[in-house]
Design a protein around this ligand. Sequence first.
Ligand code: NAD
Length: 475
Amino acid sequence: MTYQTDLKLFIDGAWAAGEGRDCHDVINPATAETIAQLPLATKDDLDRALDAAQRAYPDWRGLDVEKRASILHKAASYLKANAKEIGALLTQEQGKPIKEAIGEVYGAAQMFDWYAEEAKRNYGRTLVRPTGQRSIVLHQPVGVVATFTPWNFPIYLLAKKVAAALAAGCTVISKPPEETPGSTGAVAKALDEAGIPKGVFQLVHGVPDMVSRHLIGSDIVRKVSFTGSVPVGKHLMGLAADNLQRLTLELGGHAPVLIFDDVDLEKTLDAVVPQKFRNAGQVCVSPTRFYVQEGIHDAFVKGFAERTKQVQVGNGMEDGTQMGPLANGRRPEAIEALVDDAKSHGAELMAGGTRGDNGFFFQPTLLANVPLEAKIMNDEPFGPVAITRPFKDLDEALHQANRLPYGLAAFAFTENLRRANILGDEIEAGMVGINGFAISGADSPFGGIKDSGFGSEGGKEGLETYQVVKAIHMQ
Ligand code: NAD
């Protein structure tokens, strides 16, 4: 299948192509070949987007919620009906296996469907006082929203922000990643086909720093939502300070996985290894630091290495591929540097460890007994590398899990219910998975603590993040 789509900006209900704009190469990471040219937004485009979002806001905010919901449901239907084609675009620009790509499109559709319904449950609260006075607590839309989303789950993460913001009654300007414009363009197409009114949603690709400075620098924008790395999140927080815009920051993680010696080892390995290499480890909640109780550590490493060597790596469009390339040329280099640094600190390389010849491939990799001083024990690898260390008891496991400034996801495997409860209570993370990895869904809050950011996406909390609270006191 060839990469075929029109790459355009979507502003004020109209599509804009090259027309003299600077362009950016779109590269297939499985081949390192340029497959398309993406037009980049100019400052004038961004001003038009801001103006359109501001003009469209009063009517969208005032629209009957059933009508708003119906547009979101139609967008979901479009995504589901075209999931195969959109998934193929995603695989060609991002690399993940086509099955995962199509699954991501369905996940995005689920976000639109779920928030279409959640918007109808925006009830507020009444405080009834014995004196007869009443107070009413209202949740109102925050206003114009700017979203910035990354390339690892470009359709799903865009949909997660946009569906909630639109459902809340906000108008939106989204800057998706430049690596994956075809698949994110499909989200704009879905909304356009669904009949979204002019100006309610705009999609602007561009040079990230220019776009974020321009949008966040405008006091038209009242809320900024970013998913990406910790340094960029801190930078955007600085920009938002000037206009006191509200922020949701979903930044990186370095998820610990605590494995106790009462588990069924084979069953646990069968669960953890595919999770580690899903999307080539480019997942903010990817299981990464495997702390394994000392009696079973070596057997765990042996089983992990055997399974790692069997992972089928290749072009995501080919049948049987279980892991594709990394998403861009920066990633293999970054992973290689982390692996080399770990080895130089004495980590044992049990599987993988090298880059591929063509495209942006890196082999599924396992490093065992990694010293705490190694960079990879402290910095998020965001790639297909698992690292292990043995631990003695619950206290040490908890200490290791909480050692880093990250606090996004954490996982623990144990059959002991009392211990599972303690782990759930004491691990410093926004999401804790006990005996499994299902920690994200349309109905549940997802977000980090500590350096992993703040604010939730998903669930009713995800709607609230695009709302302000007002109390009306009837005297
Ligand atoms: P990066 O920090 O340069 O970029 C991360 C994302 O932020 C990209 O989508 C990029 O387009 C965007 N971005 C960068 N500068 C920006 C700016 N000034 N304004 C607005 N957006 C901006 O890193 P990268 O090389 O693309 O990715 C590597 C790192 O990013 C990883 O190590 C990982 O920590 C992090 N990351 C996290 C997630 C996540 O889901 N939390 C997703 C992708 C990347």
